[in-house]
Design a protein around this ligand. Structure first.
Ligand SMILES: O=c1ccn([C@@H]2O[C@H](COP(=O)(O)OP(=O)(O)O[C@H]3OC[C@H](O)[C@H](O)[C@H]3O)[C@@H](O)[C@H]2O)c(=O)[nH]1
Ligand SMILES: [Mn+2]
Length: 349
């Protein structure tokens, strides 16, 4: 099957290890453009398997491109991937981790995650009224009796959150107490996460509409030099869900699955994420209480409001959140530099 939306997608991969996993994805990814974010030592040479069309950025590149704003891009944490979201010019982003592989569906067929994500993103979501047959726009499903006809056109989908067979995305404590736990359950469903409900967004198999929500898909300041790590995608998931709810966009979770053969060490992970385990008991109520002003009509404006509220409401927890809020503003400044509004271009022409 021809690669769908080939010129409208960038695949963003953060790596501090190796890109050999791309061989496994070649049938699905080779036609698409890759944006590789090389974390860690920039002098290390990361081999990109032959035949892929890519651009690669290491820390020196990030510092060169962003100057002082480079501080808003994490170092020694998968959060660095959001630099790829910033420099992309495409409508859709698919981001995947380098320890993820092609999974098989129950019929034994290789799962083309990218095509399923694009299908999720190009069909509407239903955040205002739950459809008990799940995604009504999928082949073989529909709205059920009692579903209001006034809501059946749905809303634009901004995020498609895929899942994982084999190693689930567990936090370090769970991973430590359940080292042999494997996810073997393939649930054949895609569903919209209802408006007003948050969820733990994992970035290892994630796609989104960059034009709708890209400005809010910031992964924060994590890793080296910061008291928190591995909460990058969680933070971005809470922010983007609040923004999607405000702007009337949908977030879907479920298919596609990939095979996760986790490479990270639970003891190292615990050191990175432990503060998040108790801080999230305050972060979640914060996000649940956020009301964005009606004057915020796009993701950038919503995000700047979230930065203000982060400083005000989470700042008292730890000075880290003051720096975090400043980094959120720097991210939007960088975003607007790389993604000037269309009319700004004609003015300067
Ligand atoms: O310092 C780092 C560490 C990792 N990466 C890259 O990020 C990707 C995820 O890393 P890894 O697979 O080791 O972590 P997991 O525990 O399996 O991943 C979960 O938690 C961290 C992230 O939020 C991730 O999305 C979650 O699934 C991988 O590509 C590493 O090479 C890095 O760039 N720098
Ligand atoms: Mn992993």
């Amino acid at each position: 099957m021809a690669p769908i939306l080939k010129d409208e997608v960038d695949i963003v991969i953060p790596t501090i290890r190796s890109l050999n996993f791309l061989e496994n994805w070649r049938p699905f990814f080779e036609p698409y453009h890759l944006i590789i974010i090389q974390d860690g030592d920039p002098t290390k040479v990361i081999e990109v398997p032959k035949g892929f069309d890519y651009e690669l950025y290491n820390r020196n590149d990030i510092n060169r491109v962003l100057g002082p704003k480079a501080n808003c891009i994490s170092f020694k944490d998968g959060a660095c991937r959001c630099f790829g979201f910033l420099v992309s010019k495409k409508k859709f982003i698919y981001t995947i981790d380098d320890d993820c592989f092609v999974a098989k569906d129950p019929t034994g067929k290789d799962i083309d995650t990218l095509t399923q994500h694009l299908d999720n993103l190009t069909k509407p979501s239903t955040p205002y009224f739950f459809n008990t047959l799940y995604d009504p726009y999928r082949e073989g499903a529909d709205f059920v009796r009692g579903y209001p006809f006034s809501l059946r056109q749905g809303v634009p989908t901004a995020v498609s959150h895929g899942l994982w067979l084999n190693i689930p995305d567990y936090d370090a404590p769970t991973q430590l107490v359940k080292p042999l736990e494997r996810n073997t359950r393939y649930v054949d469903a895609v569903m919209t996460i209802p408006k007003g409900t948050l969820y733990p967004m994992c970035a290892m198999n994630l796609a989104f509409n960059r034009e709708l929500i890209g400005a809010a898909m910031y992964f924060g300041i994590m890793g080296e030099g910061h008291p928190l790590g591995r909460y990058d995608d969680m933070w971005a998931g809470w922010c983007t869900k609040v923004v999607c709810d405000h702007l009337g966009y949908g977030v879907k979770t479920g298919l596609p699955y990939l095979w996760h053969s986790k490479a990270s060490n639970p003891f190292v992970n615990l050191k990175k994420e432990y503060k998040g385990l108790f801080w999230q008991e305050e972060m979640i109520p914060f996000f649940q209480s956020v009301v964005l002003p009606k004057e915020c009509t796009n993701a950038q404006q919503c995000y700047l409001e979230l930065a203000k509220l982060t400083k005000e409401k989470l700042g008292p927890i730890d000075p880290y959140f003051h720096n975090f809020a400043d980094a959120m503003v720097a991210w939007i400044e960088a975003w607007e530099e790389f993604n000037p509004p269309a009319n700004a271009k004609t003015e300067s022409a």
